[in-house]
Design a protein around this ligand. Sequence first.
Ligand SMILES: Cc1cc2nc3c(=O)[nH]c(=O)nc-3n(C[C@H](O)[C@H](O)[C@H](O)COP(=O)(O)OP(=O)(O)OC[C@H]3O[C@@H](n4cnc5c(N)ncnc54)[C@H](O)[C@@H]3O)c2cc1C
Length: 337
Amino acid sequence: MEINQNVSLKDLNTFGVEAKAKYLCHIRNLQDIESLFEWKNNNDIPNLLLGGGSNLLFKNDYDGLVAKVSLMGKDIAEEDDEAVFVSAAAGENWHDFVLWTIEQGFAGLENLSLIPGCVGAAPIQNIGAYGVELSNTFHSLQTVNLDNGDIQEFSKEHCQFGYRESYFKSQTLDKLLITSVTFRLPKKPEWHVNYAGLREALAGEILSADVISKAVIAERQSKLPDPRVIGNAGSFFKNPVMKVSDFEALKDTHENLPGFPQVGNDDVKTSAGWLIDQAGWKGYRKGDAGVSDNHALVLVNHGNATGSELWQIAEDIMASVEDKFGIRLEPEPRVIA
Ligand SMILES: Cc1cc2nc3c(=O)[nH]c(=O)nc-3n(C[C@H](O)[C@H](O)[C@H](O)COP(=O)(O)OP(=O)(O)OC[C@H]3O[C@@H](n4cnc5c(N)ncnc54)[C@H](O)[C@@H]3O)c2cc1C
C-alpha cells in the first residue's frame, strides 16, 4: 500500500474545498486493508475513511491518514423464490450499482438513483430519497475492525438504521471499515411513487424500475445543483423531526409550516429547506461560500470557498433558524474539524 504525503483533497470532496491530507492511501484489496491495520497500530495518528467525499466538509487540513476506500466488485450473491441478493464492494459507485441492478432486471433501488458517493458509505447515513431509504432493501454488510482486525457481518437489526442515521455513523466512524454491502431485492417489487414530483412525472406511465429510475434522475437533475458544476454536498441539514404538539404550536404562528406525519409514532417531520428559506438565506453569498439560489437546503462553493467559510454560513443559518423558530438544525454531512 502506497502512502502519499501532503495530498490535496480538493478533487476528493464534492464541495471542492481545498484541504490537505497529511497522508493519503487507497484501499484496493485485502492486502491494503491489512497494511492499513498495521500502519494504524504502529502510528498514533487519526485516520479517516473516505468514499466519494459527497457527505463531508473539511474545515481544515486533515492532520492524519485519509484512506480512500476503492474496493471494487459486484455480483448476484444468491436467490430464492421471493428475492435476489446482490452484493457490491464498498468502492463501487452507488449510482452505477443502482443502474446495474436495474439492467439485471431487479427492482428496489430505483428511487435511490443518482445519489452521489460509494456503496460503502450508503449505509452510514442510511441514504434516502423519494420516500425510500437504503434500509428498505438492505440485507447485510461486512466490516473489518481497524483496531483489532476482526471481520464481522452485520444484519439489518444490528445496524440501528434511522433517518440519516445508523450504528456506524453514531458509534464506529473510522474504526469499522465497511467492505461490502448486500441488498435483498424482492421479485415482486413494490413501487414507491407517491412522492411530490415523482407522482406527477409518472402519471399514466407503465411502472418499472427503469421508468422510475429515469423519472428520479430527471427530477433530481432539475432540482439539485450538480457538484461537477458547483461544489456542494446535497442537503446540508436534516429535516427536523418533532412531537406533533410542538409542531401544532409552531403552526399557530407559522401557518404554512410544512408537516409530514411519521409512520409508527406521532412525530412530524418538517422541512429544513422551508425554515431556511423563511429565515431569508436562499441565494445568500459571502465571497465564494453561499446558499443555492434554487434550494435553501444546499450550501454551495462558488469557486474558492474554504471549508471554514462554508461552516461559518452553516452556523449562522443554525443560529438564525433557532432564533426565528426555536428549532436547532442538525448538519447532515460529517464536518471534519
Ligand atoms: C448533489 C448531492 C445530492 C445528494 N443527495 C442525497 C440524497 O438524496 N439522499 C441522501 O441520503 N444523501 C444524499 N447526498 C449525500 C451523499 O451522497 C450520501 O451521504 C452518500 O452516501 C455519501 O457517500 P460517499 O461515498 O461520498 O461518502 P463520504 O462523503 O466519502 O463519507 C461519508 C461518511 O461515510 C464514511 N465512510 C465512507 N466510506 C466508508 C467505508 N467504506 N466504511 C466505513 N465508513 C465509510 C466516511 O468516513 C464519512 O463519515 C447527496 C450529496 C450530493 C453531493
